[in-house]
Design a protein around this ligand. Structure first.
Ligand code: MTE
Length: 315
């Protein structure tokens, strides 16, 4: 499948902003790429940096000028254990996954519990493009142009009470459609959690698409979380339930291997996984390895959330 060019799908205002950005900073973005190639730290460019290619269309890149992975790569190399642990077979096994009707129940410690139909989520929140790096705990990474909206906008509608300290997320339980859920190895449904201030951070996204297209099943259709400074397993797919809770929730991976996976799961090159180092990563589509950055390169936006915490103990 050939992705639609971002210039064709980006909302017109964003598109204009981006063209303006290219005019004023295109040279800077290209310059940053040269600096990075020389081994110095890449210079920051504006949000959703882009540079024009020879034909004048927009090549997508993250704010460090790392080019986005291709649509093919992003939709054919997936972790979605509900289907299979084989990354290259997820797309095929998930192809016919039915995502309509779909509702997302948001409740728990809130003043205004609400069940959203997916159509209301798509129509009710402005969908914006966010180009984020995704770093999997297994040591590979990608750059993905998501379409979505900040989770805090949805949480604002349900009005968390003062007792709400954490947010718990749940994936749909549907073993008929998801063969992996028939395996007793994991405790289904897949669950994840965030501290409330992490959930309210502007980077934390609910994604509904990528490359300007509706999310495909393998990427977590119709709605998935994206938390770019944490290992990819926190970014739970195909969400049907979001609860505000008082106590730190458990997750599928914490239950499966508590000595390997903690609640926070912030990308941290200084804390090795018990079975491998986290110092470097392989960007899908590249042959060498890149240095892994604290908080996956988003320290400026999120390090303050963990001030005073021992990040070795709270891994
Ligand atoms: N969500 C569910 N429900 N099931 C999963 O197996 N895998 C996680 C995360 N979300 C997973 C999930 C892991 S380990 C990663 S790295 C990312 O999804 C991968 O997202 P992608 O396939 O869209 O790149």
């Amino acid at each position: 499948m050939i992705p639609i060019k971002s210039s064709e799908i980006t909302p017109y205002r964003l598109y204009q902003d981006r063209r303006q950005f290219i005019k004023s900073a295109g040279a800077l973005a290209l310059g940053a790429a040269v600096v990075a190639a020389c081994g110095a730290p890449p210079a920051p460019a504006g949000p959703a940096a882009a540079s024009p290619d020879a034909a004048g269309s927009v090549a997508l890149a993250d704010e460090r000028a790392d080019p986005a992975n291709s649509f093919e790569e992003i939709t054919n190399y997936n972790n979605f254990y509900e289907f299979t642990p084989d990354k290259q077979r997820v797309a095929q096994l998930a192809r016919d996954f039915v995502t309509r009707p779909w509702t997302v129940e948001v409740g728990g410690l809130v003043r205004n519990p609400k069940t959203f139909a997916i159509e209301d989520i798509l129509a009710g929140f402005d969908q914006e493009e966010r180009i984020y790096r995704l770093r999997c705990v297994e040591g590979w990474s990608m750059v993905i142009p998501w379409l979505g909206f900040p989770l805090r906008q949805l949480l604002a509608q349900v009005e968390p009470t003062a007792d709400a300290q954490y947010v718990r997320f749940e994936t749909v339980l549907d073993p008929e459609q998801m063969p992996g859920q028939r395996s007793p190895v994991y405790e289904w449904p897949y669950a994840e959690g965030l501290r409330l201030d992490e959930a309210m951070n502007d980077l934390t996204l609910l994604a509904t698409g990528l490359y300007g297209q509706t999310l495909l099943p393998q990427n977590g259709a119709p709605l998935r979380l994206v938390v770019p400074w944490k290992y990819g397993f926190k970014s739970i797919k195909s969400i049907v339930k979001i609860d505000l809770v008082a106590d730190q929730p458990s997750s599928l991976w914490m239950i499966a291997a508590p000595n390997e996976y903690g609640f926070y799961a912030n990308v941290n090159p200084d804390v090795p996984h018990p079975r491998w180092s986290q110092r470097s990563e392989r960007r899908i589509g590249e042959s060498g390895r890149r240095e892994t950055l604290p908080f996956n390169g988003y320290a400026a936006e999120v390090a303050a959330l963990y001030a005073g915490m021992d990040l070795r103990r709270n891994y």
